[in-house]
Structures are given as C-alpha cells and as structure tokens.
Design a protein around this ligand. Sequence first.
Ligand SMILES: Cc1ncc(COP(=O)(O)O)c(C=O)c1O
Length: 412
Amino acid sequence: MDIQMVDLRGQYLAIKDEIDAAIQAEIDGTRFIKGPMVGQFECKLAGHLDGTYAIGVGNGTDALQIALMALDLQPGDEVITTAFTFIATGEVAALLKATPVFADIDPQTFNIDPAKIEELITPKTKAIVPVHLFGQPADMDPIMEIAERHGIPVIEDNAQGIGSTYKGRKTGYIGHIGTLSFFPSKNLGAYGDGGAVLTNDADLYEKMKMIANHGGRRKYYNEIVGVNSRLDTIQAAILKTKLAHLDAYVEEQKRLGRFERPLNNNIYNVTEWMEYHDVVANDTKVLVGLSFLFLSVCLLSTIALLLTKFVGKKGETSLRRALGASRSAIFKQQIVEVGVIGLTGGLFGLLLAWLGLQGIEVLYDAPGGLVKLDRVMIFTAVSIAVLGSMIAGLYPAWRVCQIAPAAQLKTQ
Ligand SMILES: Cc1ncc(COP(=O)(O)O)c(C=O)c1O
C-alpha cells in the first residue's frame, strides 16, 4: 500500500473550482508569458511573507542562481552553505565556476551549524547560504551576525521553508535575498515548475529582475548577462489561488508533524522525526498487509467450504467420499464453525486494517510532543493476526479430520 507524503490530488480537489476558474481565466486571456497575474502574485507573495519585493522565476534552482549572479559572483569565489541540503544549493555555485564550501551541520537540527561558518570564511567568500530544511528555520541570528561582521551577504534557501517562522519572523526576508521553489510537493506548490527570489533591497530587486529577464529591463535592451527564467502566468494564477490557503495548509502540516515541529527553542529533532516516519510507515504496512492476509485466509476457507457442497460428481464431493459421511452433516457442521471463524476473522482483519491506517494520525496527534510508535501494541496485534490466520485456515481441516473417524464409525 502506498502512503503518499503529499496528496496533490486531494489538495487540488479541495479547491478545484477556484483553481479551474483561475486557470481558465488565464487561458481566456492568453497572456501566457509575463501576464499581469505574475505581478499580482508577486505582490501578494511579498505581502504574505512580510517582505517588500518578490520576483517569480522558473524554479527554485534558478532562483538560487539568479541570487548568486546578483551578487556578482566570479569564478574562484566561494559560497559557504550547509553540508546537508538538496543538490541545487551547492550546484548553482559550481555552475557559476565558484566553489561551494560546505559547513558542517548541527546534529540536533540537521541545519547549518552557525559555529562552523566563521572558520570557513576567506577573502574569496561572497555569500553564505543557509537552508531552512524541512521547514525548520536555520539559526539565523548568529548567521546574520557573522555575515554582517564580515560584510558577506546571506541568501536564505527557503525552498522548503515557506510558511516557517524564526523567532516570530517569516523566513525568506531575514537574509539579504531569499529564494523559493514552487515544486508541486512544496507547501506552496505549482502545477509544474516555479520559483521566486525575495528581497527587501531595491537595488538587488532591480538587478535580479533584470538577470531573470535576459539581463534587461525592457525587451531587446539587454544591459547585463542574464538568463531566461520566468514564472508562467498560469502557474502564477494557480499559486495566487493557493496562497490564500497556504496558512491553513501549513498549520495542517505542522499538526501532522511534517513541518517546523517545535522541540527545543522552536527547533525539532530531525533524526527523531525521520526515524519516527520510517517506523510508522513500516509498521503500518506490516499491519495492513497482515490484516489482508488474514482476510484472504478467511475468504479462502469459506470458499473451500462452499466447494465441498457445490463441487463434485452428482452432488458428491471428494471430501465427502473421503470421509464416508453424509454431505449435509459435514456441511452443516462446517458452515457453523467456519462461518463463525470467518466472520470473527473478517471483522478482526478489518479492525487491524483500520488500526494500521489510523496509526499515523493517532500518533501524530499524540499530545505532549513526539511519541514513538507503541511497539507492544503492534506486536500484540500482529501476533493475534498471525494466530488468527492460522486458526482460520487450519481449523476447518482439523475439524474434518476429527469428523472423519466419527463419521466412519457411524456408517460402520
Ligand atoms: C533546499 C532546496 N533548494 C533548492 C531546491 C530547488 O528547487 P527546484 O526543484 O524548484 O529547482 C529544492 C527543491 O527541492 C530544495 O529542496
């Protein structure tokens, strides 16, 4: 059974009418590239994140590249980032012929350890790129303090962090530049690729806007070397519609323990979180699998029973022949016994399946923080399921063996 981490279809269906109308309006308008909706979305996005400027771009990787280009990164320069992130964070520095320098992470949060940054700073360091991994904000205060002391700009890779807060501030505008990915599975996911760069700095805004548009402010007036990285109008319309639901979605993700789960000092323990997910997913699969096995055995024994009645030459069954007993006597006895077992087994199987499927929600909702899966409960349920399957499958056979000598005695 596949348990999806992100239910994209469910997300769509919940706001289908709004989304369909937004897409249709853009198709009707045919302003597919740089339509007015892009600007509207950018304004809403910046406002939502308590920032000033936002520029929609092609994807989160482009956003990082554009941010680095805006800092005039030169070949041989260095970019300090975290050793644990998605490849794009370091990849763009390498693409621009700079060197990504990886700072070690804090084992508690898996985010960049601010204490490991300063020792990596050299005269070639042109940017520090913390990542808000799994929606958990990097510890921005010490990072900003180090960066300001050395005069190095900070780019927040906020691809996984939209909706997250650091000490009451929304991530994305804490550093000099922030970047976003609208990859479909992200909190604010497009129906394709998308990304954004964020800043409160008017000069950086102008420059990044130019870079994203072939280095020009106007069509055919290209002032610097740039790239072609735009957010499609249809994606902007989808994102603007979904932005209105972002807070509710983020709250739900937090409630489910998937996003910015607070543990100590508003930081959760990622190792524990990952183990927890694995345990829940595996045990749930085992539980659901066993309950289906259980149900199948019950079903098979019921079918076997019915075959003893309906299959056979002239109403005779091989079983009856083997037993030498009356067909209806055996059938009556079996129908009661297997029927009771089949029914009980079936109900129990359903109960297990329900329990398995509920497992995740029940545990996520557990009050008082992170609670590991109750292995005793699972072990007991699984043992009963196995035992039940055996009884459901073996009992009829055992009873037949018991009946056979008795029936033979009767007929003698
Ligand atoms: C931390 C991080 N940075 C950058 C990116 C790149 O975003 P995109 O896939 O939109 O290019 C991702 C995407 O998953 C990411 O998780």
